[in-house]
Design a protein around this ligand. Structure first.
Ligand code: BTN
Length: 257
């Protein structure tokens, strides 16, 4: 990874101005947490060329391929009320989607943290927060994206895809990283300055793969089917089940493409 190439393509004030680059590490989210404990400033970006024990949502593993997958974490210090925590993975998803669109790939979003292309998983987000009272003191925003993997690199190419497999072009991961941070910073600033989530909500909903579609929601070992109708003011999922709107703050969605 060429850190200079990231810096040369950044238009941000804060995000990614400081970069911690690891050739090999267990999890960039863990590294970011340690760096934040040691006083790393807001916007610090952690990058691994090879992440060996990546963490996914709900205790799952996140697999990546040395030199081909993108594994990054961003240290944020939002300071806002924890009521808004649910917006962070959605905001990250929007930033990744917009960055990829700028690089010629029109991906979609799945609640709460997936980036998809033609129904296959292209990337995922893992946001880990620390509170001080009701304030969101720290948010580690971890992003894993399949970039230059071919079919043999992926654990299951019927379920997952990469930028390369979707566009038949390889790309310098540095450009993807700079693109993500450039899209993320204005969204984050708007959210932090004025608790205004309208842009994230609009962009997320516009590119949601399952809006107004029949979905099955699994949460705490319980499954229910209904129509996904959108997001509430906390970024929670609203699902219409037999004409009653149910709100989900966590869980997994399944839907037919
Ligand atoms: C998911 O889809 O379950 C979320 C996957 C998040 C993976 C990223 S890779 C960079 C960061 N470090 C981690 O250990 N996990 C996240």
């Amino acid at each position: 990874m060429f850190i200079n190439l990231i810096h040369a393509n950044l238009t941000t004030d804060k995000l990614g101005r400081k970069i911690e680059h690891f050739l090999r590490t267990d999890s960039t989210n863990n590294d970011a947490q340690e760096l934040a404990l040691d006083g790393a400033e807001e916007g610090t970006l952690v990058i691994a060329d090879h992440q060996t024990s990546g963490k996914g949502r709900d205790g799952r593993k996140w697999l990546s391929v040395a030199g081909k997958s993108l594994t990054i974490s961003i240290i944020l210090k939002p300071g806002m009320h924890s009521y808004f925590t649910g917006w962070f993975p959605l905001m990250a998803g929007v930033a990744v989607r917009e960055a990829l669109a700028g690089l010629g790939l029109n991906s979609g979003l799945k609640w709460p943290n997936d980036i998809l292309y033609l129904g296959k998983k292209l990337g995922g987000i893992l946001c880990e927060s620390s509170l001080k009272g009701h304030r969101l003191e720290q948010m580690i925003m971890g992003i894993g994206l399949n970039v230059n993997e071919n079919e043999n690199d992926l654990f299951d190419s019927t379920q997952a895809t990469s930028y390369f497999l979707s566009t038949l072009r390889t790309i310098q991961p540095e450009l993807v990283i700079a693109g993500i941070l450039n899209k993320l910073e204005p969204l984050y600033r708007q959210m932090q300055d004025s608790q205004d989530f309208t842009t994230v909500k609009k962009l997320w909903t516009e590119h949601c793969c399952h809006i107004q579609k029949s979905v099955t929601f699994t949460s705490k070992n319980e499954s229910q089917s209904g129509i996904f109708i959108g997001l509430d003011d906390r970024g929670a999922a609203l699902v219409n089940i037999h004409n009653i709107t149910k709100t989900y703050h966590s869980g997994d969605i399944h839907f037919l493409n």
